[in-house]
Write a protein that binds this ligand. Structure first.
Ligand code: ATP
Length: 336
């Protein structure tokens, strides 16, 4: 292997730069050149690349975003797109390809493999933590930290004003950010896809819970963490519906893209560094079509397709613990 190409693709995640840096430094250590194509697969089609060496990556690991930009590309999904991308990699004498992104980006990697023969490795970079084959994805820990920080601040005002807050967090179809930030901030309730699929919550059940919690505690501060896509109309609609039924103000708060920025946590920087270096090792071993991940603190590989076909299961223990923390009925019994 003499030359590796790398892209960051799909939604950006804190720690992508750290992963990029690790790929470049590990490759340089082994005498391998690295080129970064800008704007994900779109840059691969446009032949928009830059050489990446120590100078380009030396002081980027503490910043979110990605110095080679990220993007989505519809054109790449076609056969013509795949053929064009393969052609451009060959034109730049690229021997191996590393993609840092989420499941869509890995589907893209498998698409590329139909037209290009070199080793292809995925590095999990998404805040959603929804990829099978790694305990954590790069960016997830930072997103939870950001959400927790916001929830702490919302608690201050909720307490002062006796308010109900519905805080919507990201996660796409996975409740990882929601459950972790709810647990870390002591939220009264969470709405997660993992809980919604068997027995979707009703507005009646939520009203009962808010009233129950407030009756036990004697005040009306109540913070609910809502995972995106889990309530029709999201936090705004849910806050309206609750306010119609309750005697105190209910406010929505959408954290949105703040969850994708900020200084990556130490955990994310370390994860990104380990996976970046590991990915370079894998391509040199001729391994292809897998994602580099970490399970139980061990480096592991998982076939790319398994990362989205097999579903990572949110720990029932976590759900049970968080559910027990706010059960007003049990508290009532305790008082009696
Ligand atoms: P995140 O989950 O954080 O948003 P992601 O990697 O899942 O990240 P996507 O937008 O789903 O983000 O995918 C990124 C890009 O990967 C797409 O814009 C497209 O270029 C490519 N891609 C996605 N799915 C496919 C597919 N089925 N075939 C070929 N390319 C794909």
């Amino acid at each position: 292997i003499e030359r590796i190409a790398v892209i960051t693709s799909g939604g950006d995640a804190p720690g992508m730069n750290a992963a990029l840096r690790a790929v470049v430094l590990a490759a340089e250590h082994d005498g391998i050149d690295v080129v970064g194509f800008r704007h994900g697969y779109e840059g691969l089609l446009n032949n928009d690349y830059m050489k990446l060496g120590r100078d380009e990556v030396e002081h980027i690991l503490q910043y979110s975003g990605t110095i080679i930009k990220s993007a989505r590309s519809e054109r790449f999904k076609t056969d013509e797109g795949g053929i064009e991308a393969a052609h451009n990699l060959d034109a730049q004498n690229v021997d191996a390809f590393i993609v840092i992104g989420g499941d869509g980006s890995f589907r893209g990697a498998n698409h590329l493999a139909k037209f290009w023969q070199g080793p292809i490795i995925g590095i999990p970079g998404t805040i959603d933590n929804d990829l099978f084959g790694t305990d954590n994805t790069i960016g997830y820990d930072t997103a939870v930290e950001t959400a927790m920080d916001a929830l702490d601040k919302i608690r201050d005002t909720a307490e002062a004003m006796d308010r109900v807050f519905i805080v919507e967090v990201m996660g796409r179809n996975a409740g990882y950010i929601a459950i972790s930030s709810a647990m870390a901030s002591g939220a009264e309730r969470m709405i997660l896809p993992e809980l919604q699929k068997d027995k979707p919550l009703t507005i009646d059940a939520l009203v009962k819970h808010v009233e129950g919690v407030n009756r036990v505690r004697g005040d009306s501060s109540y913070v609910m963490v809502l995972c995106e896509n889990q309530w029709p109309g999201g936090a705004v609609r849910l806050a309206e519906q609750l306010e119609d039924r309750l005697n105190f103000p209910c406010r929505p708060c959408l954290l949105g893209h703040v969850q994708r920025g900020g200084r990556p946590t130490a955990m994310d920087r370390i994860l990104a560094t380990r996976l970046g270096v590991y990915a370079v090792q894998l391509v040199q071993e001729g391994i292809t079509g897998v994602m580099a991940g970490i399970e139980k603190n061990e480096l592991v590989t998982t076939p790319l397709e398994d990362t989205w076909v097999k579903r990572k299961v949110l720990s029932q223990e976590l759900i049970d613990i968080q559910t027990k923390c706010f059960n007003p009925i049990k508290k009532d019994r305790h008082k009696a």
